[in-house]
Write a protein that binds this ligand. Structure first.
Ligand code: AMP
Length: 183
């Protein structure tokens, strides 16, 4: 049983590593960004509400994200474990998740903190070229990360759940660090 949270700034490589790890551990890869992008493309209620925040590089309001994650974690495939990628991103979301997990009698094994210097993040994001990867929006997303998400490093450190990996290394090297970290 593997239950993990991937924490880190945009461009840190969370998604790439999450895809592989979820495959090898046969657990669902739950990316809130991916779920939101599907909602936007399908023009669902959630998508219509979330789109403008995402385009600006701002966080989608907590209440919308919490409802979305609650629905997802109550689906049957999560009984074999899960990997949360890009959630939680605020202290309020993290507190919500702790309560939700308590309620469904689950606990998180580890929170993996992807550490990558800012210059490298900007470089990687510009190379990726997603809709929200232009320079102004990138700058805002990094600022939002620092202000709203980085406090979660202390939050999970104080719960002794935090493991930091050096995300500046190659994909293979980061994967090897992860394998060590979650044993
Ligand atoms: P990501 O693919 O994780 O980089 O997410 C893309 C965008 O989706 C972010 O810039 C936010 O606008 C939104 N988003 C994804 N996850 C969350 C979250 N946990 N809380 C708030 N907004 C989120």
């Amino acid at each position: 049983m593997t239950r993990l949270i991937f924490l880190g700034p945009p461009g840190a490589g969370k998604g790439t590593q999450a895809q592989e790890l979820a495959k090898t551990h046969a657990i669902p890869h739950i990316s809130t960004g991916d779920i939101l992008r599907v909602a936007v493309s399908q023009k669902t209620d959630l998508g219509l509400k979330a789109g403008a925040y995402m385009d600006a590089g701002d966080l989608v309001p907590d209440a919308l994200i919490m409802e979305m994650v609650r629905d997802r974690l109550l689906q049957a495939d999560t009984l074999s474990g899960w990997l949360l990628d890009g959630f939680p991103r605020t202290v309020a979301q993290a507190t919500f998740l702790s309560r939700l997990l308590q309620e469904i009698n689950q606990s998180c094994d580890s929170v993996i903190n992807f550490d990558v210097p800012d210059e490298m993040l900007v470089e990687r994001l510009l190379a990726r070229g997603r809709k929200d990867d232009n320079e102004d929006v990138i700058r805002n997303r990094l600022e939002v990360y620092r202000r709203q998400t980085a406090p979660l490093i202390d939050f999970y450190q104080s719960q002794q759940l935090l493991v930091t990996v050096d995300g500046s290394q190659s994909i293979e090297e980061v994967a090897a660090q992860l394998t060590n970290a979650i044993q």
